[in-house]
Design a protein around this ligand. Structure first.
Ligand SMILES: [Zn+2]
Length: 588
């Protein structure tokens, strides 16, 4: 049944009827109904969690984007929604990520919020240093959330009651965990989405797990019994501690540490420690009343934290497991090698350097979360922009399918605001070529881009921003040096002298047609027409296999004479970029 929602001003409810294909609408229906059942009159609580243990991998963006899309749909329907983002900054530093000063190994075992930041950082801690760029990317993407520092929660004593409860119930917790310890099986190689993980996906999966608090950790067993709570040592602040005894009446906990320290503390007062992950997560579901929290495939195998947590949340903490669909991993492809000083890890900020915000949102909105996909940093990106532009055109014409329309709408705006869009979205590949050929020279870029469509000239580069800046960044960071396009400064006289008559004739047809065809569309027609005219056909003759061969060799000839290579940017773009005078000089 469709609830009677109040619609917020101006923001379209994307799907009134939730079809199976529209997964966002379907989940929003489910989440709202479940929230009404569990906590009537309260905001819908949706949760994500990230561990700022190093640069936060682009693959982890789905952890926040997936719940965001659902939360945003809930808000569009006028229902209050609280999207919590737990920063797991009270987790221990497990290892120093690749590319960072190995001497930081001395901090392994300390809470991420107590580890000093990398040298030169303006932030007070390791955790804050890696949170900041992620928080910035999320803000740019229009993702609104309430950040919760787990350091702040634990050290303020907010969870004292829950910690004491877990300690009191440690035998029952241990018994639940024991059932899964024997059942535990390795993560499936084939995720439910059906895609087989490649080796690089495996690596991405591991990195993603690292960033989501799921990395393997002991679940609390010690020689002296089972304890679901682990203190950070009050002397060395590391968690190389072993609990050796606990008194339920006094809440006195005794531990020893690898540093040699031994101590008895009272858990009602000692707040420097945390529940082990498999107990911590369900405790927070109950504490926050989480209705919806998806997780990656690594959390959902038998014996994993989501499954075990489902038992513990109800049996120990008196809460309920959230609706928690699995999401598949997001891979990265074609990324130019980055300097190791940044850890070699692609982050959401790296993606936003080359992708408009709506385009990045669209990648997630248009696919079911169980579908694995890859974010491409190479020329595949040009194809993605083309696809996006095609959908945008269909939207303008009113010919988009319902599904395209809803994923488009979720990409370009949220319940709160519009995302920035480029007023004149010229093809990304053309902007990249122009930025490449002109080495980013603004006046030259403006001249070339104005010539592409003389009937609607571009009078300011701002009309093609922010896309132009993304294209420029793509050229600067992703285009290999040997694929840069450099116009010959002087004609290749030897090559020109060696031309066959037919080649000379073709070039003359091109050069003579320049003035009449000086626009992107005109030049496109001209370059394809030349081989036809030469074959005695009309300019609009149907292409035959022979004509296609002739076209290819003609294009290669022009590329050789203009840039000394067999291929390059699309020919009309290259001609516009060179300007008519330079084209004549190089080709005649
Ligand atoms: Zn110690």
């Amino acid at each position: 049944m469709q609830p009677d929602y109040v619609q917020r001003k101006d923001v379209p409810v994307v799907a009134q009827q939730s079809s199976d294909a529209d997964w966002v609408a379907r989940l929003a229906d489910e989440v709202i109904a479940e929230s009404d059942r569990r906590a009537p009159g309260k905001p819908v609580v949706v949760a994500s969690g990230l561990s700022p243990s190093g640069p936060i991998h682009l693959g982890n963006l789905r952890e926040v984007m997936f719940p965001h899309l659902v939360a945003d749909e809930v808000r569009r329907r006028g229902v209050d929604c609280d999207h919590l983002l737990s920063w797991d900054d009270f987790d221990r530093l497990r290892r120093v990520p690749t590319g960072f000063d190995p001497s930081w190994a001395e901090y392994v075992g300390k809470p991420l919020s107590a580890v000093p930041p990398p040298p030169g950082s303006p932030y007070p801690s390791w955790a804050e240093h890696f949170k900041a760029p992620m928080a910035d990317a999320l803000a740019r993407l229009g993702i609104e959330y309430r950040g919760i520092s787990q350091t702040q929660m634990y050290t303020s004593g907010a969870y004292v009651e829950q910690v004491l409860l877990a300690m009191r119930e440690r035998e029952r917790i241990d018994a639940v965990l024991a059932q899964f310890r024997t059942k535990a099986t390795p993560r499936p190689a084939v995720p439910p989405g059906g895609a087989v993980l490649s080796e690089s996906d495996e690596a991405a999966a591991e990195l993603a797990a690292e960033g989501s608090g799921a990395a393997a950790e002991d679940d609390g067993g010690t020689g002296a019994g089972y304890f679901p709570y682990k203190p950070y040592c009050s002397v060395c602040d590391r968690d190389l501690t072993t609990v050796t005894g606990y008194n339920d009446d006094t809440t006195e906990l005794t531990y020893t540490c690898a540093c040699g320290h031994a101590e008895t503390v009272r858990l009602t007062e000692y707040h420097r420690g945390k529940l082990v992950w498999k107990v911590d997560w369900p405790m927070r579901w109950a504490y926050e009343g989480v209705i919806f929290e998806p997780s990656g495939v690594d959390h959902q195998s038998p014996g994993s934290s989501f499954v075990v947590g489902g038992r513990l949340v109800s049996e120990i903490f008196g809460g309920q497991q959230p609706i928690g669909p699995m999401y598949a991993f997001v891979g990265i492809s074609g990324m130019a090698k980055m300097s190791s000083s940044r850890g070699g890890v692609p982050t959401p900020a790296d993606a936003l350097a080359i992708m408009e915000e709506p385009v990045l949102r669209w990648l997630y909105a248009r696919r079911r979360p169980q579908q694995a996909f890859t974010i491409a940093f190479d020329t595949e990106l040009h194809r993605l922009y083309d696809e996006w532009d095609a959908v945008e055109r269909k939207m303008a014409e009113g010919s988009a399918s319902d599904l395209d329309a809803s994923s488009y709408d979720r990409a370009v705006r949220t319940a709160a605001r519009e995302l920035p869009r480029t007023p004149r979205p010229l093809p990304f590949r053309m902007l990249a070529s122009v930025a490449d050929i002109t080495t980013g020279h603004p006046e030259q870029m403006l001249r070339i881009l104005s010539d592409t469509d003389p009937d609607h000239p571009i009078d300011s580069l701002d009309q093609v921003r922010p896309r132009l800046d993304r294209a420029q960044a793509w050229v600067d960071t992703q285009l290999p040096a040997d694929q840069r396009t450099r116009l010959r400064p002087e004609p290749d006289l030897d090559a020109l002298a060696a031309l066959a008559d037919a080649q000379r004739g073709a070039l003359k047809l091109l050069v003579d047609g320049l003035d009449e065809h000086w626009s992107l569309e005109g030049l496109s027609r001209l370059v394809y027409a030349v081989p036809k005219l030469q074959a005695g056909l009309s300019a609009d003759a149907k292409p035959t296999p022979e004509l296609k061969i002739a076209q290819r060799s003609f294009f290669a000839l022009v590329y050789r004479l203009m840039i000394g290579r067999e291929t390059g940017p699309r020919l009309p773009t290259l001609l516009l970029a060179a300007g008519p005078d330079q084209v004549r000089r190089l080709l005649s």
